[in-house]
Design a protein around this ligand. Sequence first.
Ligand code: NAP
Length: 303
Amino acid sequence: MHELIIIGAGPAGLTAGIYAQRAKIKTLLLEKLAPGGQVALTDVVENYPGFPEIEGQELIRRFEEHARKFGLKIKVGREVTKVESEDGVKKVYSGEEIYESLSLIIATGAQPRKLGVRGEDEFIGRGVSYCATCDGFFYRDKIVCVVGGGDTAITEALYLSKIASKVYVIHRRDKLRATKILQEKAMEKENIEFIWNSTVEEIRGEEKVDSVVLRNIKEGSKRELQVDGVFIYVGMRPNTEFIDVEKDENGFIITDENLETSEKGIFAAGDCRKKTLRQISTAIGDGALAVHSVESYLESLKK
Ligand code: NAP
């Protein structure tokens, strides 16, 4: 029986792992794929204190190394499909295995949301992508568009502008949601062009993507834009389907100020929980606080 099982090895989960090891809590971390989460898919991180510029993969490699240095047990390739509570014991189902623990930290993060338009599913891997750092390479000197106006869309548009000949940013309003410094950088790039007040209605092509159909939502007009690739960044969907605790209308887990969920002994940390700012730095704060709360919870069980 473990005292703590952490689910997810992104910044929140690995930080929780470091703190739990140092608190001498008998801990196991389960990860669906490999450590990293969204950060591992990020080209450069510029807002993590102490590292004005560091590759996402390098940062996460250091987190993992740090956690392993304190002896954290990490099992990779273990997707959790169900969690059950029985007399205070949490049963965590993954494939054929059932792991038992007195407490849990859910740190499963979030994944890109789909746009939900015609052609999107059909052309995934043939021009439609949700990861510029994974697929950008295929668009050297080609024309691509990025859909969305948040931090992710603009970060990825900047990355793509170094590879593609032209990057259109298609945004449904006339103001970006992204942080100001990213906006300024993107505005300065000669090969980034903004298409405002517009949505993508359809993605077209034969063997691969050839164009997108745009609708100007102010004027109601439509036009076709020739592109070789479509990178979609219209927000995140939390990876929380497997756990039955209270969530908001978008599936983000609701916690109290100690990061406890509606189920005693189950805590949530990082992007998978309902919060106002999703950053590496806030995920790390969550990881540390969640372990602090787990310690109090484990103490309360002994009384
Ligand atoms: P986000 O902040 O929710 O932005 C989503 C963008 O997509 C918004 O501009 C939104 O438009 C647009 N959008 C949503 N639904 C749409 C639709 N159906 N059609 C067209 N456009 C649509 O998501 P995100 O950019 O993925 O960021 C997620 C979180 O990670 C945020 O908290 C962000 O700050 C954080 N993050 C931070 C960094 C960084 O600090 N460098 C990097 C990446 C992500 P509206 O603006 O009109 O709502």
